[in-house]
Design a protein around this ligand. Structure first.
Ligand SMILES: [Mn+2]
Length: 364
């Protein structure tokens, strides 16, 4: 016996990615992929005959969803054969008076917490009490997760969206000392998965949403049997966001620079993941990189790539010093050389100064 569960949340279905760096075309692709991953989670629950699907808030983006989207979520939940769904609303899908949650009837296997105080739902056949509460606003400074008396003859699970890392948070601060006795606490809000304790966890967003969410994303799967909770993080995201920095130096030619980017990962990963490449260092001033051009060139090698150019144009210092003997530029170079150009900070300062003196800034 025992209970099996999948813990997910922070899907943000319907998100428009207005703050992300993608084109609207890519935003559309990404939005579709989040729907697909939501369906994959449902399929997995069916395949593994999971008892409980715990959704810890931010299932959808209220602002961008229509009633059609909510009906689509319902029809996906309808695919579940044996799994019961327990939903707590977060800040992005909060249960305000005009909440989309309230506009449709949910199937019998789907329960949404409707109050902003601790309530429990009991499934007698599973011998489990599931506790939770939902947000009613976009901000929530109150500590709503109060200590509750648990029935120790049952397993007890808490599902909630909030911030356990900061007691002064505006995003529903949660005090760990109030969580004593729960067999599992399913948290939402922080998009990077993490175990606060072995039975208290943020599942993270199953599909990362932007370059602020690098690393592997997925879901948490677990079982509870006689008060013993076992959990496991399961990588489940279709793609990862990857940020890589590359050091360029002035001996590299155009093709070397292109190759340095192409060689950052395997072909398989480049077809799967989303890359932001940051170019640092010094670049031969005759090369004249056009970053948008390079992104275009590399588009057939990467599923998605964006380049940030932080390089500086290299200077022929000997020649400039000679040409400026006796004026401020010549003096400046000589003084900085004394400081030692092997120190990257000194070289940085010299180039920064020369760019100002020559009145040329690198075009980014
Ligand atoms: Mn979220």
């Amino acid at each position: 016996m025992g209970i099996s569960f999948i813990h997910t949340g922070d899907l943000h279905l319907g998100l428009q990615f207005e703050n992300a760096s993608f084109s609207s075309e890519f935003a559309n692709i990404r939005r579709r992929e989040i729907w697909e991953t939501f369906e994959r989670i449902i399929n997995r629950a069916n395949e593994r005959k999971i008892d409980l699907l715990l959704i810890s808030g931010d299932l959808f983006e209220e602002e961008y969803c229509s009633i059609g989207d909510i009906k689509r979520i319902r029809s996906i939940f309808n695919l579940l054969k044996e799994t019961r769904v327990i939903i707590t609303a977060g800040n992005h899908d909060n249960l305000s008076k005009k909440s989309l949650y309230k506009l449709i009837d949910w199937p019998n296997n789907v329960i949404v917490f409707e109050k902003d105080y601790m309530e429990k739902i009991i499934f007698k056949d599973l011998n489990v009490a599931i506790w939770g509460l939902s947000w009613e606003n976009k901000l929530e400074k109150r500590n709503l997760v109060k200590h509750v008396n648990l029935d120790n003859h049952m397993e007890n699970i808490l599902v909630v969206h909030g911030d356990i890392l900061n007691k002064d948070s505006m995003y529903l601060p949660i005090y760990k000392e109030n969580l004593k006795g729960f067999d599992y606490v399913a948290l939402g809000h922080i998009h990077k998965h993490q175990f606060i304790d072995k039975n208290i966890a943020y599942c993270g967003s199953p599909e990362p949403l932007d370059f602020g969410e690098t690393g592997i994303h997925g879901i948490i799967e677990g079982t509870i049997s006689n008060g013993k909770c076992m959990t496991k993080f399961i990588p489940f995201g279709k793609r990862e966001f990857v940020i890589t920095e590359i050091d360029i130096n002035s001996s590299m030619d155009y093709q070397d620079i292109i190759n340095s980017m192409v060689s950052i990962d395997t072909k398989e990963n480049k077809n799967k993941n989303l890359y932001r490449i940051i170019l640092n260092g010094f670049i031969d001033r005759d090369i004249k990189l056009n970053i948008r051009d390079i992104e275009g060139t590399l588009r057939d090698k990467f599923k998605y790539i964006e380049i940030i150019n932080n390089t500086r144009l290299d200077y022929d210092l000997e020649k400039i010093e000679e040409q400026n003997n006796g004026n401020i530029i010549g003096d400046f170079i000589r003084e900085m050389k004394k400081e030692g150009l092997n120190n990257p900070l000194v070289k940085e300062a010299l180039y920064e100064g020369l760019e100002v003196l020559f009145n040329e800034k690198v075009r980014k």
